[in-house]
Design a protein. Structure first.
Lengths: 377, 570
């Protein structure tokens, strides 16, 4: 067998049985890549929104019908067949024209896809030690990509947040803010970015006009346990409140969501204890609910934002929930889950009103990022 | 254009008419991007380099665009090892409609490049699809003009030899008074198929009668020679198959009658031991499970007491490497797992004495791609050194005779002294002694053969696959001397049977190839009848990952089906 059907064969061997049809597209005289499409869904109108998730070991972005969880398409993020390139983060540009993905291994890269064709139109080498999540300014012109270089705590290796001008895909700066930055999200007014520093237990607020840090907010360093110099709370991900007055941060080792005020130099306001090992979080469009994926116990927490109180915890019945996206109507949350070394991961859709699992779809090994794209985009 | 030969430098003497670039038609992307090289902007200026524009005159963006130089060819179409077309940038992130970007081109040629005219192609590829191409022509001349009345005579060289053997011819140039002109260059050519370098070394690509031609100015001499066919051919037959189900198989290592193999996707972090009590039939004797989605590499120390298995995609996010106790070889046990500073994942490894060399995923200018651990106490490894090549990323490491050969992807082959003594290096203080960057070639793996002074390189990305032979007899100045091109697939890992001069190259879906690499090597090996055998041991299902020769058998790991025992019939 040549590599003509390489990826398809690999996925079939891995039990990727949901993918019913392999469509081969000749892309070079000597190289063929398989695009894997679910036959039944191919001709369906794209009127219900789409959920995208990164399947890290197959090095693909899998596209799911938001209503049914059926696999609609799958896109390769695999510049090095056979090698593990590890796609990680996903983000949709606010203007709806593009979506982006990061690949962290080999040379870390940011990939740019056009909507609605989902056609790759660019890829830039970030020149950083890895690539995790993606924050985009409200005008869709600039992205921030932290490298999440997790060895920094032991070796004092520099970590960076890449600043990318998205029109020409040019890296304009690499900010050395702290060890192991994982997430960098931009305030609604586009003036500040909040960067989570996973290895130094702090959140850094960066002025996007000067690209200088304006505040370093220590978070929950009093928690005990873990090796010396190892982070105590490990802030992983961040989301801004709708008015941009607060940011909400998951503390992965402290099982909390923390609220930090923007005023002054930033200060810790409140926190709430939730499920174990929170990873990503997302805010419903009305700003009322934080949806948090609890990697440690397989649940999600629904947190009333005004009171910062956990309203409900829902056991998803999956291993290692990781990413969170919310539909544009605020009714459904889409949770990516990693699985483990023995099982595939995928995406779970949860009705945020009833708490019911609407659908669950395994897509391959080690999914991480997840986004929801409206049908209008 | 005229060039003075200097070692890996080009010095233009004068702009000349023989330099030019022709451009192919632009390619049209499905959404309307039209990419082309700007013909009007192509000018080699002083003759050493040029700048060309690449433009998108269509209606849609396209990217990324890789700018890939092809191998240099002489006027006869022969691939010529050594000369390179360097391209900066090598990749364009995105090319928006109406945008043009400048691309700098420069040709470099080693000292032994023969005089003549050469062609080199430049391809612009987007998502592996050719979207534009250009052809650069350049001329190498050695300077000097032969005096009037001078003559050339072939003074030595064989008249009978074997296809693929590298042979030496010499000639003398004399002036009209009969005085030998020792510095006067000789232009060598052949009436037949083969490749000369500037020093008169020759390799024939055909058998039968050929004519060797030496020229100097208007004078020429010829020598008739007969080339015998290279007849080292045979077969590889299948002896046995060790089945791995529901998992993809990665690397293997054989030692002391036991084979060890790792697992890729679906393997749940499993590391297998296989009894070779019957060398023809591997039988699973035990397995060990670690926290990893991929155990990409397996290495065993030469004394057989210690192993290392790599972790990628662990659920605890720490990855690292596990050290393996082989006191009972068929029943390995984990001594310890070391993760400090290795959380990004370990892709490849090598054990040499008390040192473990690790290739980390992700690169950092401070902590590097290569880590070296002291494992003299395997229960408590300590990191003693690190190295990063400054660009690209490290993919593999091979250590021998105190030299570490780093397969550093786009940055090429990097040679470190880790105890050889040539540069005062040691495992605790690796010192770079040489580097060869090969534009358009992504160095995935390397095998160093000290007795020959060669390093064999593989590139698993660019198809059709091409194996390169690098002469490292001068460690500070590695030089490409030969290549082997295989149709279809690309190479993966190698094993060299040095006693027989046979290189076994895993070639993914093209199976396993046995190549005759005996003697000196030069030019295109596939045109020299140097492939002895090729085996698709599992017809239609073969995906060869890695070979190893042990006890006269050839063992291979196959990505899809497990491990195999093969017999060489040659």
């Amino acid at each position: 067998m040549s590599r003509i059907a390489w990826i398809g064969r690999l996925l079939v061997k891995r039990g990727f049985h949901l993918l019913m049809q392999t469509r081969m597209v000749m892309i070079a005289p000597h190289r063929v890549v398989g695009l894997i499409v679910l036959a039944a869904a191919c001709d369906a109108p794209d009127d219900r929104g789409t959920v995208l998730t990164t399947a890290t070991l197959p090095d693909r972005v899998v596209m799911l019908d938001a209503a049914t969880g059926m696999v609609k398409d799958s896109i390769s993020l695999d510049p090095r067949p056979v090698e593990i390139d590890e796609p990680h983060g996903l983000a949709a540009a606010p203007d709806g024209k593009h979506w982006y993905a990061t690949v962290s291994h080999g040379e870390s890269t940011l990939w740019k896809f056009e909507r609605p064709s989902n056609r790759l139109v660019g890829r830039v080498r970030l020149g950083t030690s890895g690539a995790a999540r993606i924050g985009i300014t409200p005008d869709s012109r600039v992205a921030l990509v932290p490298d999440y270089y997790r060895d920094g705590v032991d070796r004092a290796a520099p970590s960076h947040v890449a600043v990318v001008e998205l029109g020409d895909l040019a890296v304009t700066a690499r900010l050395e803010l702290c060890p192991g930055p994982h997430d960098a999200q931009v305030s609604p007014d586009g003036k500040l970015a909040a960067v989570t520093c996973s290895l130094s237990d702090e959140v850094v607020l960066v002025d996007l006009g000067t690209l200088e840090p304006v505040a370093r907010v220590p978070v929950d360093r009093e928690r005990e346990g873990g090796p010396e110099r190892w982070p105590r709370s490990r802030p992983l991900n961040v989301v801004w409140g709708p008015e941009g007055e607060y940011v909400y941060v998951t503390l992965h080792l402290a099982d909390k969501v923390l609220e930090i005020g923007r005023a002054g130099e930033g200060r810790t306001m409140r926190n709430v204890v939730i499920g174990a090992g929170p990873a990503q979080l997302a805010l419903t469009p009305d700003g009322g609910t934080l949806v948090v994926a609890n990697r440690g116990d397989g649940s999600i927490s629904l947190v009333n934002r005004p009171e910062l109180a956990e309203r409900r915890r829902i056991d998803l019945g999956v291993t290692h929930p990781h990413g969170v996206a919310v539909s544009s109507d605020g009714r459904t949350a889409f949770i990516s889950y990693e699985g483990d070394t023995k099982s595939d991961g995928g995406v779970v859709a949860v009705d945020l009103t009833t708490g019911d699992v609407i659908w669950r779809r395994a897509v391959g090994q080690y999914p991480l990022g997840v986004i929801y794209l409206t049908a209008q985009h | 254009m005229r060039w003075i030969r200097r070692n890996w430098m080009m010095v233009p003497l004068a702009a000349a008419a023989m330099v030019g670039v022709s451009c192919g038609d632009g390619g049209t992307d499905p959404t309307g991007a039209i990419v082309h090289f700007g013909l009007g902007d192509i000018d080699l200026q002083a003759g050493r380099d040029t700048v060309v524009q690449i433009s998108n005159s269509g209606g849609g963006a396209i990217g990324p665009i890789e700018l890939v130089p092809l191998p240099v060819r002489d006027a006869s179409g022969n691939m010529v090892p050594g000369p390179q077309l360097q391209v900066i940038p090598s990749e364009i992130a995105t090319l928006n409609p109406g945008v043009s970007i400048s691309v700098a081109l420069a040709v470099v040629a080693p000292a032994n490049t023969s005089d003549g005219e050469y062609l080199v192609g430049l391809e612009a590829r987007s998502q592996n699809q050719l979207v534009a191409s250009a052809q650069l022509r350049f001329r190498v001349t050695s300077g000097g003009v032969s005096p009037a009345g001078s003559s050339v005579v072939i003074t030595s060289g064989p008249t009978a030899f074997i296809r693929g053997d590298v042979v030496q011819f010499t000639a003398e140039v004399r002036d009209s008074a009969g005085t030998v002109l020792p510095n006067e260059p000789v232009q060598w050519s052949v009436g037949g198929f083969g490749l000369f370098d500037a020093t008169g070394r020759f390799v024939s690509y055909s058998s039968g009668a050929i004519t060797i031609i030496a020229k100097s100015g208007s004078s020429a001499d010829t020598l008739a020679a007969t080339v015998a066919e290279r007849t080292r051919i045979g077969t590889l037959s299948t002896l046995g198959h060790g089945v791995v189900n529901q998992a993809l198989t990665s690397d293997l290592w054989v030692h002391g009658g036991v084979m060890y193999s790792g697992t890729h996707n679906g393997g749940a972090g499993t590391f297998y031991a296989w009894s070779l009590s019957n060398p023809d039939q591997p039988v699973k004797s035990d397995s060990v499970v670690v926290d990893a989605r991929v155990v990409n590499d397996v290495k065993i120390r030469s004394d057989g007491t210690l192993g290392a298995i790599t972790h990628e995609g662990s659920t605890d996010l720490l990855n690292g490497v596990s050290l393996v106790d082989l006191t009972s070889p068929e029943h390995p046990t984990i001594i310890t797992r070391y993760t400090t500073g290795l959380a990004s994942g370990i892709h490849n490894a090598w054990i040499e004495g008390n040192y473990l060399y690790l290739v980390t995923d992700g690169t950092n200018p401070t902590t590097g791609g290569l880590r070296i651990l002291d494992v003299s106490n395997p229960a408590a490894p300590t990191q003693v050194a690190q190295f990063y090549g400054g660009a690209g990323f490290l993919h593999d490491v091979y250590v021998r005779d105190g030299l570490a050969m780093l397969s550093h992807w786009s940055e090429g082959l990097i040679i470190l002294d880790v105890g050889n003594g040539v540069a005062g290096g040691s495992p605790t203080n690796p010192v770079e002694v040489g580097r060869l960057r090969i534009p358009g070639y992504l160095v995935h793996n390397a095998w160093y053969w000290p007795a020959s002074g060669y390093v064999f390189l593989g590139d698993e990305i660019n198809a059709p696959g091409r194996l390169l032979v690098i002469d490292v007899s001068d460690l500070s100045n590695p030089v490409e001397v030969a290549s082997f091109s295989g149709t279809g697939e690309t190479p993966h890992n190698f094993w060299l049977d040095e006693s027989r001069g046979i290189l076994y190259a895993a070639w993914y879906g093209s199976g396993i190839r046995a190549l005759d690499v005996s003697g000196r090597l030069m030019g295109e090996l596939q045109r020299q009848n140097r492939q002895i055998a090729q085996a698709l041991y599992d017809a239609g299902n073969t995906m060869t990952w890695a070979p190893q020769v042990d006890g006269g058998k050839i063992y291979v790991s196959d990505f899809f089906t497990g491990v195999w025992a093969l017999q060489a019939n040659f």
